[in-house]
Structure formats: C-alpha cells, structure tokens
Design a protein around this ligand. Sequence first.
Ligand SMILES: [Zn+2]
Length: 629
Amino acid sequence: MTRAHFAPRGSRRFGSGRRRGTSAGDGFIVGLVLILTLMPTGPTEGASAAAARTASSTTSSATAATTATTTTVLSAASAATARAAHATPSSPEADPGKPRLVVLVSIDQFRADYLEKFRDLYLPVPSAGKPGGFRWLMERGAYHLDAQHDHLHLYTGPGHAVLLTGAPPYLSGIIGNSWWDRATKTVRYCLDDPDSPVIGSAAARKGVSPKSLLVSTVGDELKMATGGRAKVWGIGFKDRAAMLMAGHLADGALWLDDESGRWISSRYYFKDGKLPGWVEAWNARKPMDAWFGKSWTPMVPASAYARAWTASGAHANPAAGLGTSFPHKVDGGLAAPGKAYYRAFTETSYANGYVFDSALEIVAREHLGQDEVPDILAINLSTNDYVGHSFGPDSPELIDVSVATDRQLAAFLQALVSAVPGGLGSVTLVLSADHGVAPNAIAMKEAGFAAGVYDEEALRSTAEEALDRELGAADWTSGIVEGELYLDHATVEAKKVPLDRAQTIAAAALAGAPGVYDAVTSARIQTGALPPTALSRRIAESWNPERSGDVVILPSPYWTEKSAEKGATHGSPYAYDTRVPVLFAGAGIRPGRRPEPVTTLDIAPTLATLLGVLAPSGCEGRVLGEDLR
Ligand SMILES: [Zn+2]
C-alpha cells in the first residue's frame, strides 16, 4: 500500500502541521511547564489500612469490600515483605530503576477534558507522600496535556488494542469491536474464537481469545524477556478490554458475566477449563450482590452540577430500573439479584470500586509486584462508558461517576502502597482511556449546531440502491459494520464490474447522505489518493487489507448513529472522541506537565523501554523519553 502522501509519524510530531502551530508552539503553554518532583517514597508511603478505608468511605461505595480486600492485601504484602527480605540483592534482575509492577488503568470513555473540568471536585494531593486520585497523577506524575488517539473508529476494541501494543489498527488488526467476515459472511466480534470456550459462566457464550490481535503486547514481550516468569493480568467488565490489553501470553484475563455477576475467563488462558481457586471463591461470595436495593445518590454538592450541559435527564437512556435522574435505585427492577440488577449495578458510581477491589485481589493472590521480575496489571473501568452512554457526557451522573472514580482510584493506589514492597516507588502507573464521547446529538441540534442522527442500515440501502441504479439489480452489498461498508465481491466479480467502479458508486451515494462528512473507497486508501490531512492519515492507519470494508464512512461532526439518539456515543474521528488522558507516575517516571503532542501509541514503547524489553511487534509509537528518569 502506498502511503507516500502522508508525513512520517516523526515529522508529523515535530513538523509544521496545523496541530503544531496552534498548540505546542504557543509560548504561553510552554510557560506553564512545571517540573515537579515526585514526593520521595519510603516509610511515609507505607499506608495504613485505616487510610485506605478513609479514602474509600468518602465514596459511599465499596467500603466493606475495600476493607476486606485491603486486609487480604495487607496480609499478602506482609508475607511478601518477609520473602523480599530474603531476596538476593545482587540478583541479575534487581534494578532500582525498574518497576516491580506496572499498572495501566484504562477508563472506558474518559475524555481528556474531564481531568480539568472537574478538577475542583477531585481530591487534593495528600501530604506526606501519600497517593491521591487524579490530581495526584496530574500534579505529581508526567501529565500530557495534548494527548489523543491517532486512528479511526474510536471504539473500545481498537482503543484498548492500541494502549499496550503501540500498534495502529492497520497492523493490530483490531479495526473495530466487530467487522464483516467475508469468509463466513457474518459479523465477526474482535475476540471470536470457537476454539477458546468461555469458562465460569452458565450462559451459552461464544468462545473468545485475543487471537485476532495480530501483534504482541508489552505483557507478551515482558513474558518472552523473562522466561515467562513475569506475571501479566487483565481485568475489566468487558472481555475485549481485559484481553486486548493483557495479550496472548498473559496468565489470565477476567471479565464480567452479566448473567451472574461472576468474574469469568476463557480456556485460552486456563487450559484445564477451570478458573483459579481464588476466583471461584470470590465469585461464590457474590460480593456484587451487596449493593442490591441501594440507591445511587449524588456525592458532590448540587452547585457542582451547574456545569452540566444537559442536566434535565431529557436525553437519558439508563439501564433497567435506574431512572433518568438522581437518586437511582440499584435493583434492576428485580426482587433479587439477577441479570438486570448486575447490568444496573455496573452503571452506578459504586462499580469501579468493585473492579479495583477485584484487581487488588489479583495482586494479593497472584503475588504481583513481589519480586524483582516485573509484572503487569491492566485494569479497565467500563462503568464510565456505561454512564456516558446512558446519561451523556454533560450530565450530573457523568460528573458524579468521575468524582467517584477519583476517590476509588485514590483508595486503590493507597492499597497498592501497602501491597507492593517499596510502595509506589516500585510501581509505575499509567492512566489513559480507549476513547472519548460525543455530546448528545439531539441536544446539539437543539442548541443550533448542524447535528443529528444517521441510521447505518439506511446508509447501506442508499449504497445498494445507487449500485442497482447504475449497474443493474443485484445483491451488491454484504454488510455495514461500525462505519465500514462491505461489498459482495462475488457479485461484483460475477457482474464483471471493476471493484473500484462499484466502490466509487457506493462512496458517491454515501457521501451525499445526511450526516456523512465523506465516504472513502479502499482503492483510494490503497493508492494514497487522499488529501494530506490528519484525518486521511488516520483512515490509512486503520485500514487493514483483510478486515476493512470497501468504503469507509466518516460521519459529520456531532452526528451519531441512530441507536444513540438518547444518551451518547463515540466512534468518530473528532476531538471529543480522540482526546484522552495520558499520564504516568511512580517508579522510573520524571514528573512534569508536558504540552508537546503525544498519542496513545506512545504508551507501549515507553513502558517497554522502562521495563527494558523489546517494543511490541507492531509498535509505531515514540518512547516518551522526557517522562523517564
Ligand atoms: Zn470503550
């Protein structure tokens, strides 16, 4: 594929592109650069369980579970500390610059502006070297002010595939949550794998694995660099988030069975078809049921919601039984915990605390961060995405869940201090997100923007009718999936029509449809015949020869798919979807506010360098050397 029209990634970053001229070059931003020194780690960071409990209790959420888990972690940490005391300091792996544990927290649908917009509501940075929440990361870590995803189709699968591979979708193969499979003539989910049955769930589920991910992750490279001794885990409510971050060689990935509230996995990771004993024991206690019948009440003063754009709940589309405004009853409309309850629970401000508690259980039970061989734990907080989809990015609920996440993050970090020898001096933390979110399209239309909703299936009909008209009646289109139109190549061949002609007819029809900014044929992408814009580059970066469609459809700004007429969604190549946090803190990290543009592709090579391992196989990002000590 010819890509000569696009500037190489390096020159884009430091060249004279439009983004450069309006951001990094501005002197006033450079003037804001502060070099902050991370508070010294050591005895002062030896957290007490009480401190962790205090931080947790302010969330009015997972207090009981956090307390229980923290106790477990502390006992495991004590044992680990004893073990560490007997470790040989001259062990070849002992390297003071290397973290014992890397923790990546990906907040699903967490837009970059949420850090600053709600800053006054987040915990202040604690004294005495204790970690806090977002502000601690922003003020004591490496905080990238101009960070974004650099691909098309801003969905969960592609976003999470980027974070620990550093590979754009054209290489990672994860071009969407799903794509059209030409061989089977069906929609294929990014994790589909009949050879890897789901384990731990009573429900009939299709097998899943990370086999469709065509490149390695940082965890895979760490495994290969340590003879498999490094431990790598992923956890989150969503299987694609947990697995696409954990990778191929991970020890395990856990996600939620929404039928039962249990953590489940795939035989891909557990060859004997059994979950680890501690996961079974955790599930047997049904800890998620503890919130049944409670209400999600606001935790910040009502005055804080004045900044919400759509405060009325008029555009809300919540899960069963939650209601469109506070307080939200958390029972799913059921008399006892069941699927609707678990779905509702995951959409409340309590749920991220539960995920963090479960992640701490992994640390304790799998002994992460306890020896000189570094480990990786990838955590996805899906709740922010569920709340954003249901209530929109400008709702009181979104503000509330962001603030709850801050408190829960602080409690988690405090517990990590106790769980890992050396505290946060031994742990490197990364915070990012898989994508942002658009404001509700109807609210934007009512506000006077050129906004609206489009229907993907209607777009397919538009293309089909145009092809029928120009080339004669036939079944020209196979499917339309997440912004990609697939033509039926057998039909095109049988009718002896050049493929690029059929593509051009379909693209012209789609480009004229309401809500479509442009429609681009794969022939144009493959020959580099796109204008030299950042958007064109992202189209090419996301076009995989085997999995992508014949026509890539680009929505107009503020237009969303019809299914998100209420609530909100993401997927577009615009700032509200692409701009996400990128923050590092802890072991090996040089703190500071960094205005230079970075992308999420840069996270993986930076971590690989920090860990002293090869960059993942498809990695195209840059090592953020300015962040490393
Ligand atoms: Zn997502």
